[in-house]
Design a protein around this ligand. Structure first.
Ligand code: ADE
Length: 225
């Protein structure tokens, strides 16, 4: 998979890709991530990427021309399956969407800033608009990092144990069951005895029940889906 991220703040975005699982995925060539500074696609001396709103109103709007130039330059090199715009009024990111995007070959992610982008960018270049939740961030960079983490960990080979992403919360519309490790007892707090029984079908059944109970209590909306 190849991910091209268009941003006015590449320095804000880079560090999540320089540690742990994302770093290893890049080093193992399971994913390529490229950052493009939108200011490199401007034509004036000030490297302007935004301007005031037509019709008046507070806040600056990201201009279409640098975005068009950047996306067009990328598209001239290869085909892209998706051009994603990170925005609080997009479709809310869910595990199913992350699964779907993780199967794509090449994607572009555009990070919004200020009031957002000129509507013509959304109408003519963007294939999918994604929000990471009902709150407004200062820009799309952190949202793009969240999206990339959610999709890159699903690429086969990225996680050590291939099955572990499949047992994450949300993969089957259930939250994950409780998990325990050593010591067996700590300050009198014990690990459920069944987990030492070696009876795998029984343990699996217990986990399913726990996952269901936890989901019913915390996220009943998931059971309705
Ligand atoms: N940009 C600003 N807020 C955002 C959000 N919640 N999701 C995606 N992009 C954003």
């Amino acid at each position: 998979m190849r991910i091209d991220i268009i941003t006015v703040l590449p320095e804000l975005l880079k560090s999540p890709f320089e540690a742990s699982i994302l770093k290893r995925a890049i080093e193992a060539n399971l994913v390529e991530v490229h950052f493009h500074n939108l200011r490199d696609y401007t034509s004036d001396n000030y490297k302007s990427v935004d301007d005031t709103q037509f019709g008046g109103g507070a806040g600056m709007v990201m201009m279409i021309e640098p975005i068009d130039k950047c996306i067009s330059a990328l598209k001239a090199e290869r085909h892209y399956d998706e051009v994603i715009y990170m925005t609080p009024d997009g479709e809310t990111l869910k595990q199913g969407m992350a699964n779907h995007i993780s199967l794509k070959e090449n994607i572009i992610i555009l990070c919004g800033h200020y009031k957002g982008v000129d509507q013509r960018v959304r109408d003519h270049f963007i294939t999918r608009e994604i929000s990471i939740g009902d709150y407004v961030l200062s820009g799309g960079e952190l949202a793009a990092a969240v999206l990339c983490d959610a999709i890159i960990r699903l690429i086969p080979g990225v996680l050590g144990n291939e099955t572990s992403a499949l047992t994450d919360s949300f993969q089957d519309n259930l939250l994950a069951p409780p998990i325990y490790t050593k010591p067996r007892e700590y300050k009198g707090w014990k690990v459920p005895e069944l987990l030492f029984s070696g009876n795998l079908p029984k343990i699996e059944k217990w986990r399913e029940e726990q996952a269901y109970e936890r989901t019913k209590e915390r996220r009943p909306d998931l059971l309705e889906d």
